[in-house]
Design a protein around this ligand. Structure first.
Ligand code: WTA
Length: 683
């Protein structure tokens, strides 16, 4: 397949963009007619559709007995039951058997320009087998949890695939998390092994990981061993005898020609656990299945990115997040593609880093996040102009709404006004993209993730749980839900059935927690979270988790955390705190609170502003009214707050508004996280 197939110009028509409709014979889904036929098939015969995809895309050791076992009462959906497969086999061995032995599976660009590593499928196989043996020698068995607290280095992908080979459940922890964030995730998973590195390298600085981990492990009795990659070559790493082992020492005993036979996993066995922010202070441990998840990952990767054999695919997300799992590792490797992995940040040493990489490796598909695009946009297009971006064929966006202005900038300056942008809406829980265009079939509207993918039954619900029905001419808006199961749906929430059920309790089907609008063409416009989550630079954070850290400081009696709009980050964190009696309000206290959040959760959770308050607005039953606090943080005046009859002591509101205005006058901005946002962002 040559690039010429794809070099036609999108035509713009009154705010919509038409993909080129000719010369796309080699696209997986070509043109609107073909797409419509697929949508119809998936709608009329969903099980046939999904089983078709599962057999086309994956190798099964044993075929399934049933496509879907659904327990509608308990909302349990089990895909391809009776089927046996292994994710590591599908991502590696299968490609070697069909002639991709010498194809690059993984190209790694380190933070330093000269640090490049390339693994062919054969080389990946060798390393994964060695690590599987090594983990096995540490008594890791099927079903055990292995925590991965690692930077963006090839060993992370190798460790994931080694776990999958054994049938152990990996649980990646974003390396930007600090003490509390890491501890709760290791404890939540009851991990037996932690794999880490001496340090991450970020924007020219070392960020120690192993040293961070040591105090945490004192409170994690389940951890028997820590495996440490010597990545930054720090020489003062303390290793605890009998517990800590260097990665290179551990694998040394395993020769290069040793196979590690893949465990025959049930389709419904868990592949991995990934924590995300929930509505409580405790992270939600989302568990994904082997067969359903991998089918959905491969399926969406192939169609949304129109992935072909000679493509170089670059998903800029950190593997610590779901995007990195599905579109940085499992989806593209299951398809036998070439994945590019980058350790560094978009703006270091200069804001041209991404474009250098695109030119250097002739990248074809670039999947990134609006927060990254916004930060690069601010630096000016000149940084991109000096590079040849001509190999790019598809651009993608994920993690937060992309505004039409940012979309246009990306389209014009990076896509040379001719590449489709796939804006993909999805979540950790959904396993893969749910609302997204098919690049050579769907008309694009800047700012909209377009339409639900084939087989995805999205809908909008009103507050009173009735559906806002299709067919109304007006824009419909409300809660975004998914009415029918799809293969990527999470298997469950680890050790928390109640939490799992809470996704289904309100509407009787999967509730996303996002609000959305649907326009007259059936296009979805995501409005953001309705629940108590905040989306900072594409990072999903829980307000409850941040509040819990703030009130853990003895000076603080109460805290309420809300999002506020932010030009670069999308949303920023705004914290209201009520101090205990006798505690004076001061910048020193503010700094202490900020440091506590940074230390406990990580810099990504630092509030942009901390406002002291005498009291918080509450209902008569004593519940903090976050809706009002959110409006005040967003700049609403007293009049704009509307009806206040539900507020128990409305007199508390005025001083809060004054306090907010003072803060905006600039005295109290706590920190500019811009550099960090770019550094630890999805980029
Ligand atoms: C938001 C990330 C608008 C949304 C894959 C969702 C988006 C949350 C988009 C999930 C998009 C993700 N447009 N908003 N294209 N993609 N979101 O679990 O609020 O880290 O609920 O998964 O990100 O975040 P999560």
């Amino acid at each position: 397949m040559s690039q010429e197939h794809y070099t036609s110009t999108l035509t713009q028509q009154a705010g919509t963009y038409l993909p080129p409709l000719h010369g796309k014979a080699s696209a997986w889904v070509c043109g609107n007619e073909e797409a419509e036929a697929i949508y119809m098939q998936a709608l009329e015969k969903p099980e046939e559709f999904w089983e078709g995809r599962a057999s086309q895309l994956l190798h099964w050791f044993k075929r399934w007995d049933k496509v879907l076992e659904a327990d509608e009462e308990r909302h349990k959906y089990r895909w391809f039951t009776g089927g046996k497969l292994n994710a590591s086999f599908n991502c590696i061995d299968r490609h070697i058997l069909i002639g991709r032995r010498n194809k690059a599976a993984l190209i790694w660009q380190g933070e330093r320009e000269m640090d490049v590593r390339c693994y062919t499928y054969q080389m990946l196989y060798t390393e994964v087998c060695r690590v599987a043996h090594a983990l096995s020698s540490l008594r890791v068995r099927k079903g055990d949890r292995v925590a991965l607290y690692m930077p963006m280095i090839p060993e992370l992908v190798i460790a994931m695939l080694a776990c999958a080979r054994i049938g152990a459940i990996h649980t990646a922890i974003f390396s930007g998390y600090a003490e509390g964030g890491v501890r709760s995730r290791i404890q939540g998973a009851k991990a037996k092994i932690v794999i880490t590195a001496d340090a991450a390298v970020r924007a020219g600085k070392f960020k120690p990981l192993k040293a961070n981990l040591d105090p945490i492990l004192e409170k994690c009795p389940s951890v028997a061993h820590v495996v440490v990659v010597n990545h930054a070559e720090l020489f003062d790493v303390k290793m605890m005898p009998n517990r800590d082992i260097w990665w290179h020492d551990l694998i040394e005993d395993f020769t290069l020609d040793v196979d590690f036979p893949c465990e025959r996993m049930n389709s419904t066995d868990p592949l991995f656990l990934l924590h995300t922010s929930g509505s409580t202070g405790k992270p939600t441990g989302v568990l994904h299945s082997t067969g359903g998840y991998l089918t959905y990952a491969a399926h969406t990767t192939q169609w949304i990115f129109d992935m072909h054999d000679d493509d170089v695919h670059w998903c800029t997300a950190d593997i610590g997040w779901i995007t990195g799992h599905t579109y940085g590792v499992y989806g593209p490797l299951a398809l036998g593609a070439t994945v590019l992995m980058f350790e560094g940040v978009p703006t270091w040493p200069k804001p041209d880093r991404y474009w250098r990489i695109v030119e250097k490796f002739r990248v074809n598909i670039l999947y990134t996040a609006p927060t990254v695009i916004r930060s690069l946009m601010r630096m000016g297009e000149a940084w991109a102009e000096r590079y040849d971006l001509g190999t790019l064929r598809i651009l993608g966006s994920v993690g937060e709404p992309i505004s039409p202005e940012v979309w246009q900038w990306f389209y014009k300056n990076i896509g040379n006004s001719e590449l489709p942008i796939v804006d993909t809406w999805w979540q950790t829980e959904t396993g893969g993209a749910m609302i997204a265009p098919l690049p050579y079939a769907t008309k694009l509207k800047p700012g909209s993730a377009t339409k639900p993918l084939p087989g995805i039954d999205a809908a909008i619900m009103r507050d009173d749980s009735t559906p806002d029905l299709d067919g109304s001419a007006d824009r419909r808006s409300g809660h975004l839900v998914i009415r029918k199961p799809w293969p990527g749906i999470m298997l469950g929430v680890y050790n928390d059935e109640e939490k799992y059920q809470s996704y289904f309790s309100r509407f009787g089907c999967y509730e996303s927690g996002d609000g959305a609008e649907v326009d007259e063409d059936g296009y979805y416009w995501i409005l953001g979270r309705i629940d108590d989550s905040i989306n900072v630079s594409g990072h999903r954070l829980s307000t409850a988790e941040i509040e819990a850290v703030l009130v853990s400081c003895p000076e603080i009696a109460e805290a309420a955390v809300v999002p506020m709009p932010h030009a670069l980050k999308g949303e920023a964190i705004y914290a209201y705190v009520v101090t205990r009696d006798e505690v004076a309000w001061s910048d020193t206290l503010r700094k202490k609170l900020l440091d506590t959040v940074r230390r406990d959760i990580g810099a990504l959770a630092s509030p942009e502003y901390i406002q002291f308050a005498e009291a918080l607005p509450k209902t008569h039953s004593g519940k903090v009214i976050r809706r009002l606090l959110r409006k005040i943080a967003g700049g609403s005046s007293l009049e704009e707050l509307g009806e206040l009859t539900t507020v128990a002591h409305p007199e508390v509101i005025k001083p809060i508004i004054y306090g907010h205005q003072n803060i905006l006058l600039g005295q109290h901005e706590t920190a500019s996280m811009e550099a960090e946002a770019a550094a630890d962002g999805r980029g």
